[in-house]
Design a protein around this ligand. Structure first.
Ligand SMILES: Cc1cc2nc3c(=O)[nH]c(=O)nc-3n(C[C@H](O)[C@H](O)[C@H](O)COP(=O)(O)O)c2cc1C
Length: 347
């Protein structure tokens, strides 16, 4: 039986069938929130021919939480703008019924797809049997996937995982996922034990592709799309890795920090002036405050500054000053002062 593919079918027809690999945004907790995603969609020209990404992912959200009294606050993590489509909501839980209900909710919220996190190494997530914990219990993993599929109805359910738990277990673990007829599988090319401490094992990808093709067939015939993840530094790098290793596309995480224009290859190659970067930083900060300031700490925004503010004279000092700021207004004042001091602004 062919998997429910939803919007992925359009990407297969428009990109994969022309040999063009997919490039998608990785889910990153407290990073790919609605503010950063909106900035990426705008500055990377998402949805336009020269732009990207092909798919946006939310940060992960607890399905248990979405089924609890804390639902309304958590639903804020699922806020998105129309510019970000197609957008996939990532969920985690080890309780099938909660996954089913959370999938129903995501469908009602208008998401284009649902993804299940089966790779997070965070102890608090694993303690719940979720994230990478699933790798140790494939029966629950399958029950959770099937429950998501039931709740999701006609929208596609994908899975993101790792190579294994303590060691590479692709031949044992990945077939259990593929048995559930998933349209897309993302593999972060490290084991749970490796966290993010070693280079991603791109050398393992051809073996994964072989396995997935043998089990599910070619993508054009209903086979599972395989996305590789780990250490991609540019769209060009990602497409090259996909072509060399045979996977259908790549998912990019840390590489996009501080560069919302990352997926617009021409802009990325050209680079931005210091002033442009700092103006974008201010816009991002204001949007964060507007969208999430009432529920999230301003400190969360600061992890972006390290990436935006580097590689130019005075970057370190400016960064240290930004770390002392407590709101968007202070950030804007500090940036304006820096630009004036450096005569980069006509006054
Ligand atoms: C700050 C941060 C938060 C993350 N949050 C999530 C998450 O919510 N869900 C998930 O599946 N992976 C999460 N990840 C893992 C990334 O999606 C990705 O698998 C990992 O960073 C490797 O890709 P990269 O080398 O391109 O960054 C997170 C990673 C980082 C750095």
């Amino acid at each position: 039986m062919n998997p429910v593919r939803g919007f992925w079918q359009r990407l297969i027809d428009e990109k994969l069938s022309n040999g063009d690999p997919l490039v998608v945004v990785a889910p990153m907790a407290d990073v790919t929130d609605v503010a950063f995603r909106s900035m990426i969609a705008k500055y990377s020209n998402m949805g336009e021919i020269d732009g990207g990404p092909d798919v946006m992912w939310t940060e992960f959200v607890s399905a248990n939480g979405l089924c609890s009294n804390g639902r309304e606050i958590l639903k804020r993590d699922l806020e998105y703008s129309e510019l970000e489509r197609p957008i996939v909501a990532q969920l985690f839980t080890s309780t099938p019924e909660n996954m089913r209900q959370a999938a129903v909710l995501c469908r009602q919220l208008g998401f284009d797809g649902i993804d299940i996190n089966m790779g997070c190494p965070d102890k608090s997530i694993e303690k719940q049997g979720a994230g990478a914990g699933h790798i140790k219990d494939w029966k629950t993993a399958q029950a959770v996937i099937r429950a998501a599929q039931e709740g999701a109805g006609n929208i596609p359910v994908s899975v993101k995982t790792r190579l294994g738990y303590n060691k590479v277990e692709i031949m044992q673990w990945l077939p259990k996922l593929l048995e559930c007829n998933i349209p897309v599988l993302t593999v972060h090319l490290r084991t749970r034990k490796e966290m993010s401490k070693v280079d991603a094992h791109w050398d393992m990808m051809p073996e994964i592709v072989k396995l997935v093709r043998e089990m599910t067939g070619e993508v054009k015939d209903g086979g599972t799309i395989i996305l590789g993840n780990g250490d991609i530094t540019s769209v060009k790098d990602g497409k090259e890795k996909a072509r060399i290793t045979g996977c259908d596309g790549v998912m990019i995480g840390r590489g996009i920090f501080g560069t919302p224009w990352f997926f617009n290859e021409a802009e990325f190659e050209k680079g931005k002036s210091v002033e442009e970067r700092l103006r974008i930083l201010v816009e991002h900060t204001k949007l964060y405050e507007e969208k999430l300031g009432d529920i999230k700490s301003f400190a969360i925004m600061k992890k972006h500054y390290k990436a935006y503010v580097n590689g130019f004279d005075g970057a370190k000092e400016l960064r240290m000053e930004l770390m002392e700021c407590n709101n968007a207004k202070e950030i804007e004042e500090r940036i304006n002062a820096y630009l004036i001091e450096n005569k980069k602004l006509a006054v």
